[in-house]
Design a protein around this ligand. Structure first.
Ligand SMILES: CC(=O)SCCNC(=O)CCNC(=O)[C@H](O)C(C)(C)COP(=O)(O)OP(=O)(O)OC[C@H]1O[C@@H](n2cnc3c(N)ncnc32)[C@H](O)[C@@H]1OP(=O)(O)O
Length: 405
């Protein structure tokens, strides 16, 4: 199977081929732009069939991923993966993944990330689910806030202001607020300027109609927004709500929850352990559903990945990491002191043996290593190794990714 790089001239065939793999038709946008317009065609791959026609596609975006400790790392955002239904289960995807991982490494990137259409596809290629997201549905009439002990929070005068725009009127504000937010949020991805300019991706980036409530601080500087639309049964759905801090988030949540003519508010994407539910006087007024994996992470250079992220607890672990897809294996001594890690090859007995996909799952702090020990994924060689790994890998807050690509 020949795998070849794509270029700008291949764009239409590339988009057509992966839509065919999904059994869909590409959207046609009269104004240009649209969901797939930010594809980086110099990073695309075609798998070419015997007759010279493409039978498979794989793309990649150049993102920055925020790691624990607010460190930014380049990451390949794998996308548009598809193999024509006529050519499946013959190793086409495997050949594309092998080539793509080699290309990512050759560019100096040590992390690759993706959103998986199905959870059974990518573990074999070394990816592990690393961030999770959930939906919170709040009945508006039960949504009174209550802050039992946080002195001052309940009756503190609201600071700042809110203003409602249509999506197309405030693109610059969204871009600026999103960029500030993503730099501090582990698991968040950059949204390159091109995306906003082209209206690529999904709301709130795309020009699809949305109302946007923007929050500003007392100096008038935008520090949060929520993108929302009305739907069936008087439901107000918030696609994306981001804020510089929890107070700003609370102000945005209050705005949508106090909206007239609304029966319920659906917050489509919240990170696990989000405080909003705890802020409601009636804990059951908010129902969590659709808890799902979001960003999958694949490490391509274990020492570099581990020394780049920030750490919050000192400690030492020996990790035996196996990478069956690339036929690699390494044993590393990870030493964390004062927020920084050292990671060097070692001959010492391992504390934990794990697959590179499991390391991807724990890397951003979104999954406790002990959970994967209990699930039979990771092997702990001494009794306290899992608890130490839990303490070490934990991030400053649960990682979360809102970006769809
Ligand atoms: C980041 C993204 O873009 S996610 C989008 C992924 N694309 C889609 O879901 C579109 C619809 N599906 C497809 O186009 C194809 O089925 C693909 C791309 C998922 C798989 O392509 P194929 O060329 O059939 O995969 P390939 O033959 O290399 O399979 C490799 C292995 O993965 C397994 N596998 C592949 N797809 C799946 C799946 N959906 N579920 C379970 N196992 C799978 C194969 O059985 C094979 O296992 P084996 O090595 O034990 O025999």
């Amino acid at each position: 199977m020949e795998i070849r790089s794509t270029n700008e001239q291949d764009r239409d065939v590339f988009v057509g081929t992966f839509h065919a793999a999904f059994g869909r038709f590409p959207e046609v946008s009269a104004e240009g732009g649209g969901t797939w317009s930010a594809l980086e065609m110099d990073r695309g791959l075609f798998a070419v069939g015997a007759d010279g026609r493409p039978v498979g596609t794989a793309g990649a975006y150049s993102f920055e991923l925020t790691l624990p400790g607010a460190t930014l790392a380049p990451a390949a955002g794998v996308t548009a993966v598809g193999v024509l239904p006529s050519h499946r289960r013959q190793g086409v995807l495997s050949a594309m993944m092998r080539r793509q991982l080699a290309d990512v490494r050759a560019r100096g990137e040590f992390l690759s990330v993706l959103l998986a259409s199905e959870a059974l596809i990518y573990r074999r290629f070394g990816y592990g689910p690393a961030t999770h997201t959930q939906r919170l549905t709040v009945s508006r009439h039960r949504a009174a806030f209550g802050f039992p002990r946080a002195v001052g929070l309940a009756d503190a005068p609201a600071t700042g202001s809110v203003e409602v725009f249509r999506r197309t009127e405030c693109a610059g504000i969204l871009e600026e607020v999103y960029d500030r937010y993503r730099r501090a949020q582990p698991g968040a991805l950059s949204r390159p300027h091109r995306w906003w300019a082209l209206g690529a991706g999904q709301p709130p980036i795309s020009p699809a109609p949305r109302y946007i409530v923007v929050h500003r601080d007392d100096d008038g500087v935008p520090d949060g927004y929520a993108s929302y639309a009305f739907g069936e049964a008087n439901t107000l759905t918030v696609d994306e709500a981001i804020a510089a801090d929890d107070t700003v988030f609370t102000a945005l949540a209050r705005f949508v929850l106090e909206h007239d003519l609304v029966a319920q508010v659906v917050f489509k994407h919240l990170p696990p352990e989000h405080p909003l539910r705890w802020q409601l006087a009636d804990f059951r007024a908010g129902q969590v559903s659709d808890d799902t994996d979001w960003l999958w992470v694949r490490l391509l250079d274990v020492p570099r990945a581990l020394t780049t992220r920030g750490w919050f607890v000192d400690g030492e672990l020996v990790l035996d990491v196996e990478d069956p897809f690339l036929g690699e294996r390494g044993r590393y001594l990870l030493t964390v002191r004062d927020g920084k890690a050292d990671c060097v090859p070692t001959g010492r007995e391992p504390d934990l043996s794990l697959d590179v996909s499991d390391l991807g799952s724990v890397y951003l702090g979104g999954t406790a290593p002990s959970t994967l020990v209990r699930a039979g994924h990771i092997r702990a060689h001494r009794p306290d190794a899992a608890a130490l790994a839990d303490a070490l890998f934990r991030a400053e807050r649960p990682p979360h990714c809102l970006h769809w690509f």
